[in-house]
Ligand binder design. Structure first.
Ligand code: V47
Length: 350
């Protein structure tokens, strides 16, 4: 049986088969991913009304790809007060947002309470808002820095109102590449341990992959395989988010950005390999809106949201600092032949 037939019949593929998909005809690969997307989601493309808040850029870790952290290339340190954060939340709540997505740098000066109290304050004042917060990298940092176990941090997150975990900090799980791009931060095994523990508490999370830098195609497939393995056990990942590496203001010094062709192939392959992860997000912030719209035909069924403000990727060159207008976003999805479908943070349709 050909690989194409095997995939069309819904059979699981192995590492070598997945890697060989990069050699398949571009449009044939797109068609395969699209047929899986259609079976699962039809023509619906999900979006949500959300706001990213990045409360501090002071960071104890030094990731080579990061342009956001204040300790290296960016001398403009900031740490928001809780009052400033609550002002932002008040504003977005009044405009219909359903989610706040909070990711910070690893600030060694604030105390663990500073992180946790943000969530408590938001949840107390706006119980209907979904709080998506703390990547596994932050959980690991808080655990190391403040002498608490992962279990303790995860329980404190739940007690203080965190609803789900974002997928950040996954980067690339291959240990050799990981050591080069972000040595010292959460290891791949620890990243999975934290998400496993989170899922065991009945909670959902996302998982990202930072690609388009020094990693090989085989590293990407290995990354997907490791996700598929945990997902078989817990079923706790809602969404896979391939993040396209942004080249500016950081220490990786990649001269040739990844091509659109390679991005779309990687999207399509992830839709095929991750047969147990329901949603594939084309994160327009790192892929550009135009390519995210095309990615809808290469397996992607989620375009994230309006975002409004975003600091991590825009610091590295993404044109996302001010988000997109909701009406424009919906019109773009519709005009590209898909059905804009508003969702909440757990993928229930609104
Ligand atoms: O983990 C840092 C990435 C991530 C760069 O869960 C970079 O719904 C590209 O995780 N080029 C944080 N990426 C953002 C994130 C995320 C975003 C959207 C949705 C969700 C979700 C999660 O940003 C980091 C890191 O991998 N990042 N620097 C860069 N130069």
């Amino acid at each position: 049986m050909s690989l194409r037939d095997k995939i069309s019949r819904g059979e699981r593929i192995d590492f070598d088969e997945a890697l060989s998909l990069y050699e398949m005809d571009f449009f044939e690969l797109g068609d395969l991913a699209d047929s899986i997307r259609k079976k699962k989601h039809g023509k619906k493309t999900y979006y949500n009304i959300n706001r990213h808040i990045n409360p501090t850029n002071v960071c104890a870790d030094v990731c080579k790809f990061c342009a956001y952290s204040a300790t290296r290339k960016n001398p403009n340190q900031y740490t928001m007060t809780h009052e400033q954060i609550m002002e932002i939340v008040k504003d977005i709540d009044s405009r219909g947002a359903s989610e706040v997505h909070i990711v910070s740098a690893h600030n060694p000066n604030t105390g663990v309470e500073w992180y946790l109290e943000i969530f408590k304050k938001i949840k107390t004042a706006y119980p209907h808002l979904h709080v998506k917060a703390l990547t596994a990298a932050e959980v690991d940092f808080l655990s190391r820095h403040y002498g608490k176990t992962y279990d303790e941090i995860l329980d404190l997150m739940i007690e203080n109102g965190v609803d789900s975990m974002p997928g950040g900090g996954a980067e690339i799980f291959d240990e050799k590449v990981r050591d080069f791009i972000c040595k010292g931060k959460v290891t791949s095994d620890q990243w999975f341990e934290i998400h496993r523990k989170w899922h065991e508490r009945g909670k959902k999370s996302n998982v990202t992959m930072l690609f388009g830098h020094i990693e090989s195609r085989a590293n990407r497939i290995d990354h997907m395989m490791r996700i598929r393995e945990l997902q078989d056990i817990t079923g706790g990942f809602n969404c896979f988010i391939p993040l396209v590496y942004q080249t500016e203001n950081n220490y990786l010094n990649i001269k040739e950005p990844i091509t659109a062709n390679e991005i779309l192939k990687t999207m399509a392959i992830s839709r095929i390999v991750l047969d147990n992860v329901p949603n594939l997000k084309a994160y327009w912030v790192t892929s550009t809106v135009n390519l995210a719209l095309v990615a809808q035909e290469f397996g992607a069924n989620d375009l994230d949201g309006t975002i409004e403000k975003e600091s991590i990727n825009s610091a590295a060159g993404a044109k996302s600092a001010n988000g997109v207008k909701l009406e424009d976003f919906k019109a773009l999805i519709k005009n590209s032949g898909f059905i804009p479908t508003q969702r909440d943070s757990l993928y229930n349709e609104i």
